[in-house]
Design a protein around this ligand. Sequence first.
Ligand SMILES: Nc1nc2c(ncn2[C@@H]2O[C@H](COP(=O)(O)OP(=O)(O)OP(=O)(O)O)[C@@H](O)[C@H]2O)c(=O)[nH]1
Length: 290
Amino acid sequence: MTIQWFPGHMTKARRQIEGKLKLIDLVIELLDARVPLSSRNPMVDEILKDKPRIVLLNKADLADPAVTNEWVQFFKKQKLDALPIDSISGSQVQEILPRSKQLLKHKIDAQLRKGIKPRAIRSLIVGIPNVGKSTLINRLAGKKIAETGDKPGVTKAQQWIKIGTEMELLDTPGILWPKFEDQNVGIRLAATGAIKETLINLDDIAFHVIRYFLKEYPERLNERYGIEEVPEDLSDPNEIVNIMEEIGQKRGCIKRGGIIDLEKTSSIILREMRAGTLGRFSLETPGEDT
Ligand SMILES: Nc1nc2c(ncn2[C@@H]2O[C@H](COP(=O)(O)OP(=O)(O)OP(=O)(O)O)[C@@H](O)[C@H]2O)c(=O)[nH]1
């Protein structure tokens, strides 16, 4: 599996962000709480350099809360303040301003000591496509500013949006790219809907999802599909395909001649997983190989 990504786009995106960095005090790095590393640009430190930064683990409403907690600790060790949020309901979004002020406290205090009234913190949201940048901008602004959608690559058009009196946000987010060369990253991003399904074989994505759920959340597969036994050897692809076929059989995905329709089965698994029918889940944990 290879995903084509024109290197020229990366250079252009990087230059655009570097141009904006000069205008701002703070970067808000948006990651998907279910896949914080896979949804992270591998060159982000190099691109953002020493610009103060807070990390937001977005879509935390969909992620496994225990694993999200582990990620918060992981980022803390890297001296990064990570905050789980849900941009749709707005849960924890109100924490962004106090955390930003805390991060820039030395600068704000220095201004106050000189008798200067601190100006609004200028910030920029950065993240890969479909991570929720526009949804967060709209939530912070309290109105619809940016175009949102569930298809990757919708964000377009720049001005400062006032977030109360203490923060201003650039209305156009910085678009980063994920680590495409890693097959696991591609699969996890396709599983969470961050990259177009057409780029990766549906069966491949569902295969990896089922294997992960068998390992981490077997009880969910039992509840939903009646999968009572977890195969001993999860590294054996046959075992995983057997489980997928069992699901297909139960869901009536049968082709002519009694053959299980794996593509239809995969499509059902992915749809139900994304709709939350299989419960809240994370597809990677800190320390695990990505
Ligand atoms: N459940 C949940 N869904 C979210 C959250 N934030 C965004 N979404 C959904 O994720 C999808 C992508 O959100 P956008 O705000 O369009 O993402 P974006 O990063 O601006 O995407 P591009 O325009 O492609 O760069 C939409 O369907 C949103 O409704 C969240 O916190 N929780």
